[in-house]
Design a protein around this ligand. Structure first.
Ligand code: ACO
Length: 325
């Protein structure tokens, strides 16, 4: 029996021009290239210019995704922007993106699930498309984490970067088989008992300031692999697939050690893992679409490939998705 699937028509990304290397960071805080590479795999990250906001990065990524998809902005009736670093407390940065693209129909809103934001946004857009209420969506992850970092805290400032990635999703009838194109399954989880392990110490209701990112890195690390692999097993069970069926594992890019350990536990071969954390750092909600676009642009991801996406972040939140390209 045929069914509606959210098929990916194209993807696009944008990274700010300025690159900040580990060596440059080591000149500012007590750290070293060796420590950062060994503990995280990160070598450099991009930093937004003064006056360059999250919505500006998101618009550039969205324009690239629309061009890659070969569709007009006017055909978009849904924009879901995953971000924890919006331009303003409100309105949603998604409406700035909508306006920047010249769209004034349909709906646009932000979604906040920290580093899991893109998977949460993908699941949300997929549900709205399959409900029949919308036909074509932009799902965007965009962040300017450089604006919420405490640049004197070496435990966090070396980890994050700025950037944006986007995909165009189109509601299409598919045969209703495992070989269908599009989003095959999504699995979302949260557990607020962990909220103090990774948070920003400010906000409109609490301090009336933006605040800075605070993290108990070791605690995050301790939970990450188990949570990630659990929710991936959920995705396999829901679709009757296994690690062997996965063509590309495109994880949230927080730390190479977490990615390697997750792939190892799931028996996913290292050559199937897409890694961009070395060049992008942790761009939170933007990291999965940035990694995805990198692997599409260099020809690794091909039509019909099965992609496994996963993320884990503040909250804690975590989630997985299986998508056939
Ligand atoms: N340079 C040099 N030394 C450092 C640095 C640094 N940048 N940062 C910390 N250290 C020191 C610490 O002070 C500590 O020194 P001490 O032993 O004298 O006290 C030592 O290094 C070890 O510190 P740990 O925090 O135990 O180091 P660890 O091996 O755990 O690595 C890291 C730290 C990289 C943060 C790791 O814990 C990690 O990656 N955690 C997960 C973070 C993550 O993935 N977050 C994802 C979600 S992000 C989101 O949702 C927004």
């Amino acid at each position: 029996m045929t069914m509606t699937r959210s098929v990916v028509l194209g993807c696009g990304s944008y990274l700010p021009e300025k690159v900040l290397t580990n060596a440059e960071l080591a000149a500012k805080v007590d750290t070293s290239d060796e420590w950062i590479v060994q503990r995280t795999g990160i070598r450099e990250r991009h930093i937004a210019a003064e006056g360059e906001f999250t919505s500006h990065l998101a618009i550039k990524a969205a324009q690239a995704a629309l061009a890659d998809a070969g569709v007009d902005a006017q055909s978009i009736d849904l924009i879901v922007l995953a971000t924890s670093t919006p331009d303003n407390t409100f309105p949603a940065s998604a409406v700035a993106v909508q306006n920047g693209l010249g769209i004034n129909h349909g709906a646009a809103f932000d979604l906040q699930a920290v580093c899991s934001g893109f998977v949460f946004a993908l699941a949300t857009a997929d549900s709205l498309l399959r409900s029949g209420n919308f036909r074509r969506a932009l799902v965007i992850g965009a962040e300017t984490f450089s604006r919420i970092l405490d640049w004197s805290d070496r435990g966090t400032c070396v980890l994050f970067g700025d950037g944006a990635g986007a995909i165009v999703l189109d509601a299409q009838q598919q045969p209703g088989a495992p070989s269908d194109r599009g989003v095959l399954t999504t699995h979302l989880r949260s557990d607020g008992r962990h909220k103090a392990k990774l948070f920003v110490d400010g906000g409109p209701s609490s301090t009336q300031t933006v605040g800075h990112l605070r993290m108990e890195g070791r605690e995050v690390f301790k939970h990450a692999v188990g949570m990630i692999t659990d929710v991936i097993v959920d995705a396999f069970n829901a679709t009757g697939t296994s690690a062997e069926d996965v063509d590309w594992f495109i994880p949230h890019q927080a730390n190479k050690r977490i990615i390697d350990a997750s792939a190892h536990k799931l028996h996913i071969a290292p050559q199937k893992v897409v890694l961009t954390v070395d060049r992008h750092g942790n761009t939170s909600a933007a990291s999965i679409p940035l990694a995805l676009c990198t692997a599409v642009a260099d020809g690794r991801v091909k039509r019909g490939d099965l992609l496994l996406l996963e993320a884990m972040g503040g909250g804690f939140t975590w989630g997985s998705a299986l998508v056939r390209w």
